[in-house]
Design a protein around this ligand. Structure first.
Ligand SMILES: [Ca+2]
Ligand SMILES: [Ca+2]
Ligand SMILES: [Ca+2]
Length: 265
């Protein structure tokens, strides 16, 4: 329903909302994607809207999914919970909208546009078989790898032609985490007839790493979204993103726009 209201739908890479309110007079079609800053429209919402105040919250995604619209309570008094206002807020790059605090909050991401990225929480593992290569445009081998980044100009990839079978290259987290649940999202590209495996793992201290997500043998020239991997982290736990080469050069594996959100998916 909302998607069809966006005139610039080609810019919408992603779209999420929690749920609609169901009173007809509480819903307004959002059509002005280009509006910015705060935009208040008063309306009456159903009680259900406030049982779950995230109700009807909409993230309108430009490049980085930072424009958020929704409804929240106009008055904090308990007996005024049926009156709400529409809000719109656009967060800066590297921030997300925290609906609980109603504020833009910084989060960590790696878009590989700068090297090293100022807020990137991943670095190169030094105990693996090679390195992820920061790159723009096509990779070194034809018929494998992306031809452009998912976002911006740069991505990172495993260059299969420089490695041997079963070699691994790993991005490893470079900071400590709080003891809580996080959500990892990213985009990957696995084009080539000999693509190996991409795996997300966590490793607590020196214990063996646990696989949290994996995909093998894709052969599509597309960037795919990983919408969310729940990771329970703490100060002793690392995140590992490992690409494993299969048996040939046509197996480049790329990632872009890796984000770590400080709440469960
Ligand atoms: Ca990028
Ligand atoms: Ca390495
Ligand atoms: Ca290539």
């Amino acid at each position: 329903m909302f998607l069809s209201a966006f005139p610039n739908s080609e810019q919408c890479e992603n779209f999420r909302y929690t749920k609609d309110v169901f009173a007809p007079n509480s819903i307004q079609i959002i059509s002005n994607v280009s509006a910015s800053s705060l935009d208040y429209v008063y309306a009456i919402c159903t009680a259900e809207c406030f049982a779950n105040w995230a109700c009807n919250a909409v993230d309108v995604c430009g490049t980085f999914c930072r424009l958020i619209r929704g409804w929240d309570s106009l008055y904090s008094e308990e007996n005024s919970t049926d009156v709400c206002q529409r809000y719109q807020i656009e967060c800066s790059q590297g921030e997300y909208y925290d609906r609980l605090s109603k504020a833009c909050v910084a989060h960590e991401f790696c878009d590989f546009e700068s090297d090293p990225g100022t807020v990137c929480f991943l670095g190169e593992d030094s105990s693996d078989d090679g390195n992820w290569i920061r790159n723009s445009g096509t990779t070194n081998t034809a018929s494998t790898g992306p031809s452009t980044a998912k976002f911006g100009s740069f991505y990172k990839y495993m260059d299969a032609a420089t490695l041997k079978r079963n070699d691994e290259v790993t991005l490893v987290s470079t900071r400590t985490f709080m003891a809580k649940s996080y959500c990892l999202t990213f985009y990957y590209h696995m084009f080539g007839t000999q693509t190996g495996t991409l795996t997300v793992l966590t490793q607590n201290g020196t214990s063996s790493a646990e696989t949290k997500w994996t995909v093998s043998g894709e052969n599509q020239d597309v960037w795919r979204e990983v919408p969310g991997i729940d990771l329970n982290l703490d100060s002793q736990t690392k995140i590992l993103i490992t690409a494993t080469r299969d048996n040939g050069d046509y197996g480049d594996i790329a990632v872009d726009f890796v984000q770590l959100w400080p709440y469960p998916c």
